[in-house]
Design a protein around this ligand. Structure first.
Ligand SMILES: Cc1ncc(COP(=O)(O)O)c(C=O)c1O
Length: 449
């Protein structure tokens, strides 16, 4: 048994986690942390939910895995049914993966496979957006835009067009915030035409940008315009909902908010709520018809595709989310969470002066810090404000998700708050208060509060 003093930093600078329950986790020293972000927006039911744990134990006692290409299983079928019900009638086809990157990789491959099977093999180019993150496998990394994480692999990455982020707080090209949706959709169409529609496979985007942007919901109307552009040119629309999906934004699919159905969609983090690694790629019936006719189905299978234990965990999580009305709860209480963050950060004038934007949807809130509110000038990146906030938050017993570089890849400090869907009202209040205190302490370190 490791013995450390309360709050002592162990394990290469990180606290060592011992256990968790509900919205709280405890390190080996006994120090408690409120989980204000579920790591990167993962733990939608908090930790050690007894029903999820029981479902996992029960499945393990039966059989760990029914290899997908030999057998189907109850958990696989139940999860398919649960996800299909929440995703809507057009997205009933799905493959289960081991996480978000694999779900994105499968989405890209399904798009390529569809065009090939559909007699358009030249459609091989992807268009994505700057300031987005889609994962760590080579294809997913290629459509991402986080230069530090891409640098060593540049030579072997896919050639991808990256267009502007649809960010109304930092509008591209100096356009009026009210025109961001139309300007960005027009930019997508120009890029498709420049490449030649017959060469373009798909446009991939995060409906609400997560880590790389610090929670950036696209402006209203954007997704509809993108849908129209894609349809005009036979380009598939891939919604990467790995972080923003599975209820996080107050609708099960984030794009439900926009009244738009993508052709392909990836989902992961909240799908099994962090209990086991699990993701999924959902695709439209018309894609399935083509794949089935020519190849019998998608060719994205792995040994652990549809892993039975993972599906049992995912089914338990989704059953509880549905039974307890948690997506509806997130939808209802999200605006109040955002407002209380604004109020708490606004309580101290010096802190308020450094808060550029508080934004998001549901229980997915991003706070962007700025050195100057009037000009939106970010802090000097050498100050690493977002990392200071993370360290202060850990000291204050709070987990939040910081990220730097949202402005141009280097500059910009954002922090994500993404609590469990079932966090109590008291826990949410505590998250907000601890966060505001942590921000104040971090700003004090750099002489700003
Ligand atoms: C939007 C998005 N897509 C894909 C991924 C990759 O998921 P994973 O880390 O589970 O491989 C992430 C991870 O943060 C993500 O936020």
């Amino acid at each position: 048994m490791t013995t450390v003093k309360p709050g002592e930093v162990v394990g290469g600078g990180l606290p060592k986690l011992a256990s968790g329950r509900g919205s709280w986790v405890v390190d080996v020293s006994g120090k408690e942390y409120l989980d204000g972000s579920g790591g990167p927006a993962v733990f939608c039911l908090g930790h050690s939910h007894p029903e999820v744990n029981e479902a996992i134990r029960h499945q393990l006692d039966l059989v760990a895995h029914a290899y997908r290409y030999n057998f189907t299983s109850d958990p696989l079928e139940e999860l398919t049914e649960l996800v299909g019900r929440r995703a809507g009638p057009d997205l009933q086809q799905m493959v289960f993966t081991c996480g978000g990157s694999e779900a994105v990789e499968s989405a890209l491959k399904i798009a390529l496979h569809f065009h090939w099977a559909n007699g358009e093999p030249t459609r091989s180019r992807f268009i994505a957006r700057r300031r987005s993150w889609h994962g760590n496998t080579l294809g997913a990394l290629s459509v991402s835009d986080l230069s530090d994480r891409q640098a060593p692999y540049r030579g072997s990455m896919l050639t991808v067009s990256h267009i502007s982020p649809a960010n109304a707080f930092r509008p591209p090209n100096g356009v009026d915030p009210a025109d961001v949706a139309t300007w960005c959709a027009a930019e997508l169409e120009s890029e498709i035409i420049r490449l030649g529609p017959a060469n373009v496979a798909a446009f991939i985007f995060e409906p609400v940008v997560g880590a790389a942007g610090g929670v950036v919901p696209a402006p209203d109307g954007y997704a509809r315009l993108v849908r129209e552009v894609c349809d005009r040119h036979g380009v598939l629309m891939i919604a990467d909902e790995v972080m923003c999906g599975a209820g996080r934004c107050g609708t099960w699919r984030a794009l439900e908010h926009d009244g738009v159905v993508p052709d392909i969609m990836s989902v992961a983090k909240g799908l099994a709520g962090g209990y086991v690694p699990l993701g999924a790629t959902l695709y439209h019936r018309r894609i399935a018809d083509v794949l089935e006719a020519i190849s019998g189905g998608p060719m994205t299978g792995h040994t652990f595709t549809g892993h039975t234990l993972a599906c049992a965990a995912g089914a338990a999580v989704q059953r509880i989310v549905e039974r307890d009305g948690l997506v509806e709860r997130v939808h209802r209480d999200g605006p109040a969470l955002q407002q209380s963050l604004r109020d708490a950060l606004g309580a101290v004038d010096a802190v308020e002066q450094c808060v550029g934007d508080v934004r998001g949807r549901g229980f997915f809130v991003g706070i962007e810090f700025v050195a100057d509110r009037a000009t939106k000038e970010p802090f000097d990146p050498s100050l690493a404000l977002h990392l200071r906030i993370r360290r202060q938050a850990l000291d204050h017993g709070l987990i939040c998700y910081p990220m730097g570089g949202n402005v141009d890849g280097k500059r910009g400090d954002t922090v994500i708050i993404a609590p469990p869907f079932n966090a109590s009202a008291e826990d949410l209040d505590q998250i907000v208060q601890r966060f505001a205190n942590s921000v104040q302490s971090a700003l004090a370190e750099i002489g700003r509060s």
